[in-house]
Ligand binder design. Structure first.
Ligand SMILES: Cc1cc2nc3c(=O)[nH]c(=O)nc-3n(C[C@H](O)[C@H](O)[C@H](O)COP(=O)(O)O)c2cc1C
Length: 514
């Protein structure tokens, strides 16, 4: 399969669209007796418990998520407590609830269906408190398990064609996606969810790293087979999605790559039976990079299309003034975050609050697929229902002008209800934020791997929006949508684009007291 043959990404994208009819004609049901385990468990490996007495960073959430966090050239090396903080606030268990299907362990970042298919691994040299090795993070007992002893950072650097942030990193986190854990509910759409759910997790990971004084960056350019083999993954079940180098050492002593033989480590089966969805294997193979040369070529800077100067009526964004902004720490906000289950349809937010969410979240991700700081693959569109200072209607966010361009004025709660898969949440929210991308252009530039990038970028920005909303004591939830109807709604402006992600913002409905 060839990354440049982008028919594969189109087939996957078109084949996994939701529509009014696809939802009604899908006979899929949730087989609770066969529900997958929420954790990857290596029964024969001893846990290395992570420290719980980790000091708080004290950094305000809004400032942690606004930081670009791009690689710095100042030496900064994580210790075990830093790693524990980063892993816990990215993927740790923050709440627990019982449900008819069994206990649900809610995690630090939002995830489709609370199924948590993203696993974290650490590839590290010697750190204070941790020996060099390849480790798996288990949120269930907040521990690491050693998969390979020794320093494998040379293998990882090679797999990324000596990506500078990876080559200089004292430790690197690898995020993987486990197909069945999410496909149990979402079937072949899970490959989109890998990007979304890894993205929301990365929003936390980047913010906590920045707050810990450690640079971190998202790396999507790597030879898939090499990274998967370092982690000893069974690639019909689980594959590497993204790599995040943490910290920086100018004189990084990288060992030469060494043999990483298959380990055959026992893991507990997720379910009695697993169903495979060939469309996802096809999409993954077609977006895999085969060699270091291909990775290096892929990483060459990609130009982004100039935005169309299409000026309608514009409203300038005004953030909440700094002295009035929340100073709640990033850790406190992550612990408090949870997807809003019902919005108060009569509530409003202010233009300043919405502006702060848009501004903090879209200053640019530190990512190897972006051409320059601040570049973005996704465009942001909004349906505004109830924002003081803004007329209800459909808007386009002009990032470069820090303004919202009015596309059509009107009350669109019923449309939002329909577009968000006929759920009440998008209709009762104060604003619905849609991510749309020019997929044709992205795939031309990046090949099929651009599909991974565009989904993951939307998830990461959406994850930052979640945090920015909660930092201001507002509510938020990710949502799914009817793909083509979203494009029709925002057309003619959105003509030719594809719907990628949706987040609703508003105020939680107060629970009625009994
Ligand atoms: C990309 C994405 C899409 C989601 N879609 C929906 C949705 O369509 N409907 C819904 O009620 N919740 C949706 N959610 C919310 C998840 O169900 C929620 O994140 C999960 O149950 C974990 O709970 P928490 O976010 O409160 O920690 C979505 C979340 C994400 C990240």
């Amino acid at each position: 399969m060839n990354n440049r043959d982008t028919q594969a990404a189109w087939e996957y994208h078109d084949g996994t669209k939701h529509s009014y009819w696809s939802i009604r004609s899908n006979p899929h049901f949730l087989d609770w007796a066969n529900r997958p385990q929420p954790f990857k468990i290596y029964p024969k490996l001893e846990p290395i418990l992570l420290p719980r007495d980790v000091p708080q960073t004290g950094v305000a959430a809004l400032s942690a998520i606004s930081e670009p966090g791009r690689s710095s050239l100042v030496d900064s090396v994580p210790n075990l407590k830093d790693l524990a903080r980063i892993l816990y606030f990215s993927a740790g268990i923050t709440k627990q609830r019982t449900s008819p299907g069994g206990a649900i362990y809610f995690r630090a970042a939002a995830c489709t269906g609370a199924l948590y298919e993203i696993e974290l691994y650490v590839v590290t040299g010697d750190l204070t408190g941790l020996e060099a090795g390849v480790y798996h993070f288990n949120p269930a007992d907040v521990s690491l398990r050693l998969l390979r002893k020794g320093d494998f950072r040379g293998n990882l650097a090679q797999a990324t064609a000596m990506e500078p942030a990876v080559a200089h990193a004292p430790a690197t986190i690898i995020c993987t996606g486990t197909y069945w854990r999410n496909a149990w509910k979402y079937q072949a759409r899970t490959y989109r969810h890998f990007g979304w759910d890894n993205g929301t997790l990365l929003a936390n990971l980047l913010a906590i790293s920045v707050a810990s004084g450690l640079p971190a960056e998202i790396v999507l350019g790597f030879v898939d087979a090499e990274v998967n083999s370092i982690l000893d993954l069974d690639t019909r079940r689980e594959v590497a999605v993204s790599i995040v180098p943490i910290g920086y050492r100018s004189k990084n002593l990288l060992p030469a790559p060494k043999q990483a033989p298959a380990l055959g480590l026992e893991t507990i089966a997720l379910s009695e039976r697993e169903v495979e969805y060939p469309a996802m294997f096809k999409m993954h193979d077609a977006s895999s990079l085969q060699s270091e040369e291909e990775v290096a070529r892929w990483r060459e800077k990609h130009s982004v299309p100039a935005s169309v100067p299409d000026l309608g009526e514009e409203v300038r964004l005004h953030c909440v003034r700094e002295e009035e902004q929340s100073h709640e720490t990033i850790e406190q906000v992550i612990l408090r975050r949870g997807s809003t289950r019902a919005f108060d349809g009569r509530a409003s937010i202010t233009l300043e609050q919405l502006s702060t969410i848009l501004d903090c979240s879209t200053r640019g991700l530190p990512a190897d697929f972006l051409e320059f700081p601040g570049a973005q693959l996704n465009d942001v569109y909004l349906i505004v229902h109830s924002v003081l200072g803004l007329r209800p209607g459909a808007y386009f966010f002009r990032r470069e002008r820090n303004s919202l361009q009015l596309l059509k004025e009107g009350t669109f709660r019923r449309d939002a209800h329909h577009l968000g898969l006929e759920q009440e949440l998008p209709a009762d929210a104060c604003a619905d934020i849609f991510f749309l991308a020019d997929l044709r252009h992205t795939l031309e530039r990046y090949g099929n791997r651009g599909y991974r990038a565009v989904q993951l970028e939307a998830g990461a920005i959406g994850g930052r929006m979640y945090l920015a909303a909660y930092a201001q004591r507002l509510g938020a939830t990710g949502l799914t949508f009817f793909d083509d109807d979203v494009i029709d709604f925002f057309s003619p402006h959105a003509k030719g684009k594809s719907a990628i992600f949706l987040l609703a913002i508003g105020k939680s409905q107060k629970r009625k007291s009994a």
